[in-house]
Design a protein around this ligand. Structure first.
Ligand code: GLC
Length: 582
């Protein structure tokens, strides 16, 4: 089964045909450029399926629940949904420990439910992207069960083993100082084979050995299974950590300890090793062999923007279409200077690759809590949304971000579900806070998420005011701000793919920039990231932009007045202005 061609794909093909025809005749007509692929300016909405919508009253979200909410997603205007793992799993890491790559965990539904969801989403022009966990499997995956039973099993070498050393007291000691991101040594002893296996994450998530070609063959086959069912691509989990140093050298010690009490190491031997790019190039060739503009998105936490460029395949662009730029939006200081720097870096250091920006996901405290000052949180959330959705970039939006859902971190260790929050308490309280159920309405105490009062994580009391139904009814709500931003970004040529021109670049508090379309039309965005009124000197003519007026498109706090460009501009505290240049 292949994805039917979507409108944008059809339009692209038609434009290519037109361009060919134009190129054939000698009339001198200019060639019509094909429209860019759908993912370039896509708004991709992340769904954490446990917490999105429960359809069968067991307190856990499921695939049919996602199906019920498709009209909402369509009206929000998203191009695609990325669904976090729903495959069969012991759920130690809530699905990121997969025991079968070709199925659906019964608590989320069935393969038939999945097929129905893909078809129903397609009917609403919403593409489906899956999360693919390639770095590790569950320790309950049949591959690992076989691998851990005997050294002579052919699948033993599918994982990373080492006998380590024997200490004077007879204890087995791991081969090096590598630590798990989730706490403790990254090595786990298995008496049956007399070896340790390596795990970057929980010990129930053994790392695969990507130097064994059978691993690649098995994983690519699993990916094809889903591509054949109509998914448009994958978000590749923990993709930078596929390979480890073959010599197992100790990582350099940076000093200090992390929230888990482990020494802080420089992960030069377990992260971002060059070999991974060969796998990604082959993977890209595989996904490109499918029709319908399939896409590969990377969970690429990297140190600096320039490190992301190789993940596109550099100038060849033969690796990921969208490695995720976490440097842009995972900080916690609303700082115009820092955002300006990141925007310029993304514009100039990605070898022409399309940036993918993100503020929120299921692993991080929500942006409203990271950037909020406790007084102007909604205004700040509007600034974050405006910043995110007016970039020349694809965008990841996480469920609940659009309504300003808060992080609801457990107050007591006995309430924590995420294992790192139990082992790391109280320094590390885990990721439950950003995974609480989606707040839909006030129809019941579960915010419409479930009919069952015992939801897998509690529904925070904030649902009474922060929920989809209430915000849909308020024209000035954060949800409607997001809806209008997404609609504007879609309809406005300058916001869609216009080039970036920084304005007032020395201003420490207001981030201002123009997006300028090929036809010269332009949008100017001004974001006052401070709690005081600020002056802005746009200097438009110096930036090569000719105009006499700024015409409001979306302005917060609401202000419909046009401004002459040659008069000084003052922006109220935490104002977000998106204006057209006329
Ligand atoms: C990614 C996921 C995270 C998971 C980890 C291990 O970072 O986003 O939720 O725990 O990989 O698979």
């Amino acid at each position: 089964m292949h994805t039917a061609l979507r409108p944008s794909t059809r339009a692209r093909r038609a434009a290519t045909l037109l361009a060919l025809i134009a190129g054939c005749c000698a009339c001198g007509a200019s060639l019509a450029a094909p429209p860019p692929p759908w993912w370039q300016q896509a708004v991709i909405y992340e769904i954490y399926p446990r917490s999105f919508q429960d359809s069968n009253g067991d307190g856990v979200g499921d695939l049919n629940g996602i199906g019920q909410r498709l009209p909402y997603l369509e009206s929000l205007g998203v191009d695609a949904i990325w669904i976090a793992p729903f495959y069969p799993s012991p759920q130690v890491d809530f699905g990121y420990d997969i025991s079968d790559y070709r199925g659906v965990d019964p608590q989320y539904g069935t393969l038939a439910d999945f097929d129905r969801l893909v078809a129903a989403a397609r009917a609403r022009h919403i593409r489906v992207i899956l999360d693919m966990v390639l770095n590790h499997t569950s320790d309950k995956h049949p591959w690992f069960i076989a691998a851990a039973a005997s050294r002579s099993d052919p699948q033993h070498d599918w994982y990373c083993w080492n006998a380590g050393r024997v200490a004077a007291n007879g204890q087995h000691v791991p081969p090096n100082n590598w630590v798990s991101l989730f706490g403790g040594s990254a090595w786990q002893w298995v008496p049956a084979v007399g070896q340790f296996y390596y795990h970057k994450f929980y010990r129930q998530q053994p790392d695969l050995n990507w130097r064994n070609p059978a691993v690649e063959a098995a994983m690519f086959a699993a990916m094809r299974f889903w591509l054949d069912r109509g998914v448009v691509g994958f978000r590749l989990d923990a993709i930078t950590t596929l390979y480890e140093d073959q010599r197992l050298r100790d990582e350099p010690v940076l000093g200090g300890t992390n929230a888990q009490g482990d020494p802080i190491l420089d992960n030069i031997y377990t992260d971002n090793l060059p070999e991974v790019h060969d796998v990604i190039r082959r993977m890209r060739a595989m996904t490109d062999s499918y029709p319908g503009e399939r896409v590969l998105i990377g969970e690429t936490y990297l140190r600096k923007t320039a490190d992301i460029a190789p993940w596109y395949g550099g100038a060849r662009h033969d690796e990921l279409q969208l490695p995720m730029d976490t440097l842009f939006g995972l900080g916690n200081k609303l700082d115009a200077v820092a955002f300006r720097r990141r925007m310029v870096e993304a514009d100039t250091e990605l070898a022409g690759g399309q940036p993918l920006f993100v503020f929120d996901n299921h692993d991080n405290v929500r942006s409203i809590d990271r950037y909020g000052d406790g007084v102007h949180d909604t205004a700040i959330a509007r600034i974050v949304a405006a910043l995110l959705l007016t970039q020349r970039a694809a965008v990841l939006l996480y469920q609940g971000e659009e309504i300003g859902q808060r992080t609801a971190t457990p107050q007591r260790v006995q309430d924590v579900r995420d294992p790192i929050g139990i082992s790391g308490w109280p320094r590390e309280k885990g990721r439950d806070g950003e995974r609480t159920p989606m707040q839909w309405d006030t129809s019941n105490a579960q915010a419409g998420f479930s009919s069952n009062p015992h939801t897998w994580l509690p529904v925070p009391a904030s649902y009474r005011t922060v929920n989809v139904a209430t915000e849909l009814a308020e024209p000035g709500s954060l949800l409607n701000w997001h809806r209008r931003l997404i609609a504007l970004r879609r309809s406005n040529a300058a916001l869609r793919d216009g080039r970036l021109v920084m304005l007032d670049p020395e201003n420490p508090r207001v981030l201002s920039y123009a997006r300028v379309a090929a036809d010269g039309s332009a949008v100017v965005v001004m974001l006052n990231m401070s709690d005081t009124t600020q002056r802005v000197a746009l200097g438009l003519s110096g930036a090569g932009l000719a105009a006499t007026r700024l015409v409001p498109l979306l302005v917060s706090p609401d202000d419909r007045s046009e401004r002459p460009v040659d008069e000084p501009l003052t922006l109220p505290p935490f104002a977000a202005w998106i204006t057209a240049l006329r």
